[in-house]
Design a protein around this ligand. Structure first.
Ligand code: MG
Length: 370
């Protein structure tokens, strides 16, 4: 089987409401998503999506994805898309780094590989652990009362895992955390995502002031070194999100005992081929995983559900459905893919990803390579 054509589509996705994180310093209203369709000489095609969370969240942006594809896409023509490691190495040799720009191509190849095998992607990733995955809400930074009201909104949709975005001043963050913890319902998990906003001194203050609570903090500070300082002087579990990109990062996180949990985002780590390596390292090292994407439509969200269901339940903390935050015009595959079912999601039991975007909803391709 050979890759014969790569088509690239672009779509702006509007959020239903403005969204704030990192203590309110970062605001998001629209995200730029790139869709890739890879066709082959055997009448099987695959889809991938790459969607950074705006341009301020990570060193990643939509135009950057399309520039990476313009650089390396033509080099994939003629290769067998089922040979994931070969595809991955070809991309890395042609353009070191820029992992987020490669993810959509890698994922489209996995879609083809699974379709060719007649299996859902999760089965090609090693097999499905049957339990559905709890979906984490994403609670924008706000007053304590405003954040609880937002959690109530998600409770009504069945959610029982919540990622509450904190990271402003120390006193206000302690108030937020205490208020949400006091109002936590039985069976719920609320974790506190700082999105790099605290300096180590602030992280140590807030975490020690709430040390009586059985809670977890995500990405308290900007760098792994700063998080390591915090780890040494606090007790609650820490999750690393933004600063886990490469395999070298996970080695450092484990060797320096920086975190007990990591958040694997498929776009950030470069797609499924590289995510599988991180997953297997975490399984062997006893590291729990949150698994999601940086953004995107039901296509990106569904790819994640295949990946997350390849992780045993006890290692799996939760996932996220970005498309629940988008307005109706962002829909690209009506009625398809992994959706919220009373707070949990499952990967479709269909060959490949199981999502076929409607091309009319994507518009004309912005680039085609043949
Ligand atoms: Mg996070």
């Amino acid at each position: 089987m050979k890759i014969t054509r790569i088509s690239v589509f672009q779509k702006d996705l509007d959020l239903s409401h403005p969204y704030f994180l990192s203590g309110g310093r970062l605001k998001f209203e629209r995200i730029d998503s790139t869709f890739v369709k890879i066709e082959t000489d055997e009448d099987i095609h695959g889809w991938g999506e790459g969607c950074p969370w705006g341009v301020t969240y990570l060193p990643a942006h939509g135009k950057g994805i399309r520039a990476v594809i313009d650089e390396i896409g033509p080099l994939l023509l003629g290769l067998d898309p089922r040979q994931s490691n070969h595809i991955d190495r070809t991309m890395d040799l042609a353009l070191p780094g820029h992992l987020y720009g490669k993810a959509a191509l890698d994922i489209a190849c996995w879609d083809i590989r699974a379709k060719a095998a007649g299996l859902p992607v999760v089965d090609v990733l090693g097999g499905r652990y049957g339990e559905p995955t709890p979906i984490a809400s994403s609670i924008s930074t706000d007053t304590p009362e405003g954040m609880l009201a937002e959690i109530d909104h998600y409770r009504a949709m069945g959610y029982h895992v919540h990622s509450a975005k904190v990271g402003a001043d120390v006193d206000m963050d302690i108030k937020r955390i205490r208020h949400l913890a006091e109002n936590e319902k039985p069976g719920e998990l609320i974790f506190y995502d700082v999105n790099r906003a605290w300096l180590p001194a602030e992280a140590i203050q807030v975490m020690n002031a709430t040390a009586d609570l059985p809670i977890m903090f995500e990405q308290p500070c900007e760098t792994l070194d700063q998080c390591s300082t915090v780890r040494a002087r606090t007790t609650q579990p820490i999750s690393i999100d933004e600063r886990l990109e490469t395999f070298e990062d996970i080695l450092r996180i484990q060797n320096n005992r920086i975190a007990e949990v990591v958040n694997i985002k498929l776009n950030r780590v470069g797609g499924l081929t590289k995510a599988v390596r991180l997953r297997d390292f975490c399984l062997n090292s006893g590291i729990k995983m949150l698994t999601m994407d940086t953004g995107g439509t039901v296509l990106a969200d569904t790819v994640v559900q295949h990946f997350v269901q390849s992780i045993p339940r006890e290692f799996r903390l939760g996932t996220w459905l970005c498309h629940d935050l988008l307005n109706n015009e962002a829909e690209v595959a009506p009625g398809q893919g992994s959706r919220n079912h009373n707070g949990v999601a499952v990967a479709p039991d269909l060959p490949g990803i199981g999502v076929e975007p409607e091309v009319a909803l994507l518009g004309e391709p912005v680039a085609v390579y043949t």
